[in-house]
Design a protein around this ligand. Structure first.
Ligand code: TXA
Ligand code: MG
Length: 325
């Protein structure tokens, strides 16, 4: 079921009344609130179980509204917004006074993007303001890429779910910090590093650590219930067999060169060869193996170029240590 005009109006009304709306974007579903309503924003953190110090993204309807939400717009930000919006790129800029500190986790910077999804854009224009929205999952778990994922994960905790079908990109937006002298990628995502470099004409750094409080950089994030083990592609089949022999209910992500390998496992996902299709399916594959009752998932990292950089980033975090949760 896809959202219709009356749903958009209802959802805009929910936002105006201080409620929470789950909305589709081209990356993943978001859990949205009126960005200028600190009470509604605080509820997002409660529903997600997210520490209030972790900042949210403000979604706006068009690049020409950027100046309303941020303190200053450097030329680089203007260039990137012009090229990639609407699209899976989030820019971190100086906070404008319309954005409450509740939405930025107390930071003087704010993350902003224009989503490329007709339902999200229709909601933004019907509502008229900014919608602050993290991914519509509980803190630390896998982001939802269908309305059913949202309902399964958040249930009645959200006031309205707008169904926009399955998210085309499937991994979150690329976050680029443009507050410094050179832009850097805080989180790889739907816009590739290569795309950014082509527009900027310079290499773009992907720092591995940052002093910014970004939950997407926490070692264990985007994680299914099953433990994720990463091995070299040629070792996936043998590792799965070892784990099966040790009594695990093993799920396997079979990498493209091995798509016809005989693998004995509880459940097997034959990965698509195209990085676009892999990114699109990634979170659904993780959920599927959880649903099938796997307690361990054996996977390997894709080549870290193009969308492979974002896929590898999410798999590493899914496999990260969980003891510090
Ligand atoms: O594709 C996406 O970005 C999705 C859709 C719904 O737009 N949203 C999303 O939101 O992934 P969330 O909250 O799950 O991740 C947003 C990331 C977080 O890692 C957060 O810390 C970072 O953006 N972020 C937000 N404001 C920031 C800031 N001022 N400085 C640095 N990072 C920031
Ligand atoms: Mg998230």
């Amino acid at each position: 079921m896809t959202a219709v005009a009356t749903d958009i109006e209802s959802a805009a009304g929910v936002l105006r009344a201080g409620g929470l709306v789950a909305l589709p974007t081209e990356t993943v579903y978001g859990l949205g609130a009126n960005a200028e309503d600190p009470v509604a924003v605080a509820r997002i953190f409660r529903v997600k179980g997210r520490p209030p110090s972790h900042p949210l993204i403000v979604h706006i309807a068009a690049a020409d509204q950027l100046d309303d939400w941020v303190g200053e717009v450097p030329a680089t930000a203007r260039l990137l917004a012009g090229h990639f919006w609407p699209g899976p790129l989030t820019l971190v800029l100086r906070r404008g006074h319309r954005v409450p500190l509740e939405a930025t986790g107390g930071l003087e910077t704010v993350a902003v993007r224009v989503p490329d999804h007709p339902v999200a854009l229709a909601l933004l224009s019907a509502f008229g303001g900014g919608i602050t929205a993290p991914s519509a999952n509980r803190f630390g778990s896998v982001s939802p890429t269908t309305a059913d994922h949202v309902r399964a994960e958040l249930g009645d905790a959200v006031d309205f779910v707008l169904d926009g079908g399955s998210c085309q990109v499937g991994v979150e937006s690329t976050i680029v910090d443009v507050t410094g002298t050179t832009p850097s990628i805080l989180r790889p995502g739907g816009v590739t590093r290569e795309d950014l470099e082509a527009v900027l004409g310079n290499p773009v750094a992907v720092p591995s650590t940052s002093d910014v409080r970004v939950p997407g950089r926490h070692p264990s994030h985007y994680a299914p219930r099953a433990r994720v083990v990463l091995v070299e592609p040629e070792k996936v089949v043998a590792e799965a067999e070892l784990a099966r022999a040790a009594g695990h209910r093993v799920g396997v992500f079979l990498p493209p060169p091995l798509t016809d390998a005989a693998v004995r496992a509880h459940a097997v996902v034959v990965l698509p060869a195209s990085p676009d299709a892999y990114a699109h399916g990634l979170y659904g594959f993780l959920r599927e193996l959880d649903q099938k009752g796997c307690d361990l998932i054996v996977a390997s990292l894709p080549v870290e170029e193009g969308l492979g950089l974002a896929i590898a980033n999410r798999l590493r975090r899914a496999a990260g240590p969980r003891s510090s949760w």
